[in-house]
Write a protein that binds this ligand. Structure first.
Ligand SMILES: *Cc1c(COP(=O)(O)O)cnc(C)c1O
Length: 394
């Protein structure tokens, strides 16, 4: 990205890419919709395949459009390197499994995305990887669950859907003293509001399906690392796992990311305003937003984040009330997913987290009266009016 400014908004609008001359002077970086790449000679082909020359070979290994998106993420994340995937789960799977093996132990937060729960509780043991699902918001708890073979700590912060916050810097110090890696899922904040690698984490992953692409038209993921060596292993595994992002999705993510800084600012302001509105409402029992002083993880959140995004949950008095609210809204859309430009509302217990075993759901603090909202960038008064008219009917 351009070095003429330190401003992230300007940088994102001027991503670095291979010379425009190679792309017919196209101002938007093109979609290289190709599976293979021709070689100038057998020697040229052998050099690229042998890693002696730069160039692309096959689009499961690398692709120019995907690379431009990866470099944009690398720059805002302040990472050594980034790799894009066909989904957030693809990023989580490839980035974590590349760095653990049979016989290793992983400490995993008990509050993570539903499919990540399944990946760590079902599939990891299937490959001989031992996992402890615990509350990672407190480093002492991580210490007391540490084993001789612990090689990785994995958490989401803020976590989906309760927004529970885990301390990155303290956990990273512990991991590095004991020869383990810290992997952070930063989907809720994006690098605009939190840079886990700068705080000491080794790997950061995002579902770019959410805020990073932001327009609700791509399923994708990205992983970034503090060291090039850690990324080389991830990319080697990605080649064999076949989890690379498609060039068309990468094009949409480049487009989406150009407005990331501006969108996040609006999401954050609107999210905070809606949280404050709900906190004062008599029909709302509790609001789980890290920006509220009443929130348990507020202190850690303001230490490691410069903003909160706009996805949070709140408790209503009954399941009936929650159901009525979700059915009576007119501007907000009843749908899973989050980080979209428009407001989405859903019921974690029966939708996004339906696959989580009941005991774990309790441990995570997910109940039937909980509603999750991802506040969009509509005029905030319109969102609040919409919630107001629906709450009146609850
Ligand atoms: C959505 C989500 C994921 C999974 O990403 P996909 O793109 O749906 O595969 C992982 N982590 C968090 C926090 C998410 O919100």
């Amino acid at each position: 990205m351009t070095s003429h400014t330190n401003d992230v908004s300007t940088q994102l609008l001027h991503p670095e890419h291979p010379t425009t001359k190679n792309c017919m002077h196209s101002h938007a970086f093109p979609i290289f919709q190709t599976s293979t790449y021709s070689f100038e000679s057998t020697e040229h082909g052998a050099n690229i395949c042998g890693g002696k020359a730069d160039g692309h070979v096959y689009s499961r290994i690398s692709n120019p459009t995907v690379e431009v998106f990866e470099n944009m993420v690398k720059e805002v994340e302040h990472a050594a390197a980034s790799a894009a995937f066909g989904s957030g789960m693809g990023a989580i799977h490839t980035a974590t499994f590349a760095h653990v093996k049979s016989g290793d132990h992983v400490i995993c937060s008990d509050t993570i995305y539903g499919c990540a729960v399944s990946l760590f509780t079902h599939w990891a043991p299937h490959f001989g990887i031992e996992v402890s699902m615990i509350d990672t918001s407190n480093v002492e708890n991580i210490k007391s669950n540490w084993k001789q073979n612990t090689k990785m700590v994995y958490f989401e912060t803020p976590a989906n859907p309760t927004n529970r916050v885990s301390p990155i810097a303290e956990t990273a110090t512990l991991c590095h003293e004991r020869g383990a890696r810290l992997v952070v899922d930063g989907t809720f904040t994006t690098p605009i509001f939190m840079r886990p690698l700068e705080l000491g984490a080794d790997i950061v992953v995002h579902s770019v399906t959410k805020y990073i692409n932001g327009h609700g038209d791509v399923v994708g993921g990205v992983a970034s690392t503090k060291t090039k060596e850690d990324m080389d292993i991830i990319k080697e595994f990605r080649k064999d796992a076949g989890s690379l992002m498609s060039p068309h999705d990468a094009f949409l993510c480049i487009r989406g990311m150009k407005t990331l800084a501006m969108r996040m600012k609006m999401h954050n302001e609107n999210g905070m305003a809606v949280a404050q509105y709900l906190e004062k409402h008599e029909k709302i029992e509790k609001v789980n937003h890290p920006g509220l002083e009443s929130f348990e993880g507020h202190e850690i959140a303001i230490k490691q984040q410069t903003g909160f995004g706009s996805t949070f949950s709140f408790e209503m008095k009954s399941f009936e009330a929650a159901k009525t609210l979700m059915e009576k809204v007119k501007i907000c859309t009843l749908a899973v997913s989050l980080g979209c430009i428009d407001t989405l509302i859903e019921h974690p217990a029966s939708m996004t987290h339906a696959g989580v075993p009941e005991t774990l759901m309790k441990q995570q603090g997910i109940s039937k009266t909980m509603v999750r909202i991802s506040v969009g960038i509509e005029k905030v008064e319109d969102i609040i009016h919409d919630l107001e008219q629906a709450l009146e009917q609850c």
